[in-house]
Structure formats: structure tokens, C-alpha cells
Design a protein around this ligand. Structure first.
Ligand SMILES: *[C@@H]1O[C@H](CO)[C@@H](O)[C@H](O)[C@H]1NC(C)=O
Ligand SMILES: *[C@@H]1O[C@H](CO)[C@@H](O)[C@H](O)[C@H]1NC(C)=O
Length: 425
């Protein structure tokens, strides 16, 4: 989504991927760290020329006022930021708050280097393009186009949930202040009209979707009973599964994040009574404690988890695995069995949602990551469909309570013919 250099890097990345698609003998080249930086903004990249009438608009950055006094700062101590596009007409009192994603930093070293990017410092943040669920194009985004739409920048590396300080190798202070950023930005937006909202949707993708799950109930509690507050988590259903070598990759990443950033206050008390904090950071546990209506949107073959959790580069997977993680179409039958095992864990973990009233599910089998913030995935001729609905239609129907069938789980890959090659990788 971010223009400028990030977009240029994006294009480079995509060129690199196309090259690799032609010749799978090349290793999955770019380092995981670089990809983690690029992935969150992968959405909204490909211009949807064929079906998008209005050109996408750039929305300026607003820096949080009084950030330093509140201790609500990015990893490097700079003020955090957000983008706001005002609603109008029937949407004037409705608010959509999107929490940006972008992986996590789980070590002092990772968090220190993050300060040299927009994911750790507002010095690098630029205006962004609003696409997908954030777009103000009515045909593309019929349910939210005229809402007030806020895009909160992610610069703490801990899913808007940490509260601690650390010391970088160069002796400077590292600020882990995600929780304060979240609180301070919401408070500022409250003053800009969120406090008078009639309908509110808290959303986010990837690490921002995890933040959405972590904050859904405390966010809802900020509003009077009569306000409709719902949460939409896009591509944040991170699973504690074993990678191809049998190691629990994410177990150690989340352990690092939770400890380094002192993530505790946002974790559900009933979970902490029974389990370790890092366990309560996993959505499979988290969702058991969430009371507010939530929609979980995820691919059962989430390309991010396949690439970084199931088949991490650190294991130096052989060529056949590299081709498989580059594109699911290249996976052989043994590899598909492994990926179907991942899908089964996800489907099992989501069983608790069946009994939750007011919740929604859209678990497709398309190899992609973050499906709300790109026009193509959100609502286009190339959108994944379940029960004959695009993601925009399914989320819209759930939001307004217009449809009874809002819990859809796709069949196994490659059964769904609407999984298009146009989807963001
Ligand atoms: C909320 O609405 C009231 C009454 O219309 C108004 O006085 C107040 O300024 C509004 N607050 C915000 C934050 O917009
Ligand atoms: C698929 O690829 C993996 C990794 O190279 C290999 O171990 C496995 O034997 C292959 N399976 C088939 C059915 O070719």
C-alpha cells in the first residue's frame, strides 16, 4: 500500500518472483527479514485497471500529537502516525479502524534494524493509497466507501501490544510501546468523531489482524451498548504448528516477542490462568476468550505461514520445497499432504467459532495473504468466492446482519475455481 520507495521495492520483489517462477532452480533469494518488511504492504499493489473506475487516492499521514509525553512512540522514539479519510452521507457516523501489519521483531537485533524502516520509525512513513476495504470507490467497496476510514501505522513490532523499553547494541533506547500507541491513537481519533460513532469496525491484516483479536474486546468496551462494534481479522490466524523439520517455528518467535516487549495486559485473563503468555498470544487460544462479534478471514493455505512458518528459509529447504513455497501449484503430492495437514489444524481450531453467535468465517483455499486491502482480492472478477460471494459481499452481509450464512470454509486446494492467479502472492 505504501507508495514511494516501498512500492519500488515491491516491484523489484515481484520482478524477482516472476524470474523465480520461470526458473525454480534459484533459491528463494531475498532474506526473510526483507520479505517481512515488504509483505504487509503487498496489498493494493497490482493496479486493478480493468474494473476500477476511480483512480486510487493518496491519504496524508497524521502524526500523533503529544506522543512523547504519553510514551506512545515508535521503536526509535519518533511519534506514531495514522491516516484518516472522512466519511460522508449515510457513512458520516460510521468508523473503520484498520491496524497495519508487518510481522514482528522478536530480538533486540531485529527491533534495532526495524528502526531504519517505516515499520519502526515515522521518519520513513509516507502518504498511502487506500484500496480494498479502505477504498472510497462505491462499486468496489459498497459497504464501507463512505465511512470514516483510519489506517493506523504499525511501528512497534509487537502487534500494538507491548509495553517495555530495551537497549539497542549501539546503546540507544529501543521503545516497545505498541499498547500505548494503540491507546493514544484511538483516544485521538475518538476526539475526531469516533466517540459519536453509531457503527464501528476494528480491522487489520497479518500482525495487525492479531492486534485486532488482542484488542477486540477492550475496543468494544470503549463504546456504549447501543453502538454496533465488530472486529474483522484478515490473515492473522497464526498457528502453532511444526515446520518441515518438526520444529515449532512460531512458538519461539512469539516467545521472543512476548518476553522482549512485555506483552501481558492484552492477553485474556482466563487464558493466562491456565497457560503461558505466549500460548495465549496464539489466535487458536485467543478466540476462545473473545466476546465481541468477530469475522475471521484467512486462507487455509496462507502464503505467509507457508513461507515463514512451515517451510522457513533457515532450514535451507531443497529445490522442490522452494518451488512449492514459491507457488502452491508447484507442490508435489507429499508436500500437498503436508499443507493439507496445516489446513486441518486451522479448520479444527476454528470449530469453536461455529457456536459463536454474530461471528463470521471466510476460510478460502487460495494461496495468498491479506485479502481485504487489495482491490483484486476484496471485490473484483478475480476475487475468491465462497457460497458465491466475494469477500466484500461476505463481510458486508456479516457487518449489516443481512445474511444468515456467513460462516464459510472452503474445500481443499485446488478445488475452488475462483482462486485466481491474479491474487497478490
Ligand atoms: C458528538 O456529538 C455531540 C452532539 O452532537 C457534539 O457536541 C460533540 O462535539 C461530538 N463529539 C465529537 C468528538 O465529534
Ligand atoms: C516431494 O518433494 C519432497 C522434497 O523434495 C520429497 O522428499 C518427496 O519425496 C517428493 N514426493 C513425491 C511424491 O515426489
Amino acid at each position: 500500500m505504501a507508495p514511494g520507495t516501498a512500492q519500488a521495492e515491491q516491484l523489484l520483489l515481484h520482478t524477482a518472483q516472476r524470474r523465480r517462477a520461470r526458473d525454480c532452480r534459484h533459491a528463494w533469494g531475498l532474506s526473510a527479514a526483507v520479505l517481512l518488511l515488504l509483505l504487509p504492504s503487498a496489498a493494493g499493489l497490482l493496479p486493478p485497471m480493468m474494473f476500477c473506475a476511480t483512480p486510487p487516492e493518496t491519504v496524508p499521514l497524521t502524526l500523533l500529537s503529544g506522543a512523547q509525553e504519553k510514551g506512545a512512540v515508535c521503536l526509535d522514539g519518533t511519534p506514531p502516525g495514522y491516516h484518516l479519510q472522512r466519511g460522508s452521507g449515510t457513512g458520516a457516523n460510521n468508523w473503520l479502524i484498520h491496524l497495519e501489519g508487518g510481522g514482528w521483531c522478536s530480538t533486540v537485533k531485529d527491533c534495532s534494524s526495524r528502526r531504519n524502516s517505516e515499520l519502526g520509525s515515522s521518519n520513513f512513513m509516507k502518504p498511502i493509497l487506500y484500496a480494498g476495504i479502505l477504498s472510497s470507490d462505491q462499486p468496489l467497496n459498497p459497504d464501507f466507501y463512505n465511512w470514516n476510514r483510519v489506517y493506523v501505522r504499525y511501528c512497534d513490532g509487537g502487534s500494538f501490544s507491548g509495553d517495555a523499553e530495551g537497549q539497542a547494541p549501539d546503546g540507544s533506547t529501543l521503545y516497545f510501546r505498541g499498547l500505548r500507541i494503540y491507546e493514544a491513537v484511538i483516544a485521538e481519533v475518538m476526539e475526531k468523531g469516533l466517540a459519536n460513532a453509531t457503527k464501528v469496525l476494528l480491522t487489520g491484516c497479518s500482525a495487525g489482524a492479531l492486534a485486532t483479536m488482542l484488542h477486540c474486546d477492550d475496543f468494544s468496551a470503549k463504546f456504549p451498548q447501543e453502538v454496533s462494534v465488530k472486529c474483522l481479522a484478515d490473515a492473522g490466524f497464526f498457528l502453532d504448528v511444526k515446520d518441515i523439520s518438526g520444529e515449532r517455528t512460531f512458538w519461539s518467535v512469539f516467545d521472543g516477542v512476548v518476553q522482549l516487549q512485555n506483552i501481558r495486559n492484552v492477553l485474556p485473563k482466563d487464558c493466562l490462568a491456565k497457560k503461558e503468555p505466549k500460548e495465549c498470544f496464539f489466535p487458536a487460544e485467543l478466540i476462545k476468550s473473545i466476546h465481541s462479534p468477530m469475522f475471521i478471514l484467512n486462507s487455509a493455505y496462507d502464503s505467509f505461514q507457508v513461507r515463514y512458518v512451515l517451510i522457513p528459509d533457515s532450514l535451507a529447504p531443497d529445490n522442490s520445497w522452494l518451488c512449492c513455497k514459491h507457488n502452491i501449484r508447484n507442490c508435489n503430492s507429499t508436500q500437498m499432504e503436508f499443507l493439507n495437514g496445516f489446513r486441518n489444524v486451522m479448520v479444527d481450531a476454528l470449530k469453536v467459532v461455529e457456536d459463536k453467535e454474530g461471528w463470521g468465517l471466510f476460510i478460502d483455499s487460495c494461496f495468498t495473504h491479506c485479502q481485504t486491502v487489495s482491490d483484486i482480492s476484496w471485490n473484483s472478477p478475480f476475487s475468491p468466492r465462497l457460497g458465491d460471494k466475494t469477500i466484500a459481499e461476505a463481510v458486508g452481509d456479516w457487518q449489516c446482519g443481512c445474511s444468515e450464512r456467513v460462516k464459510e470454509i472452503d474445500c481443499e486446494y485446488p478445488c475452488n475455481p475462483t482462486c485466481s492467479r491474479q491474487l497478490p502472492p
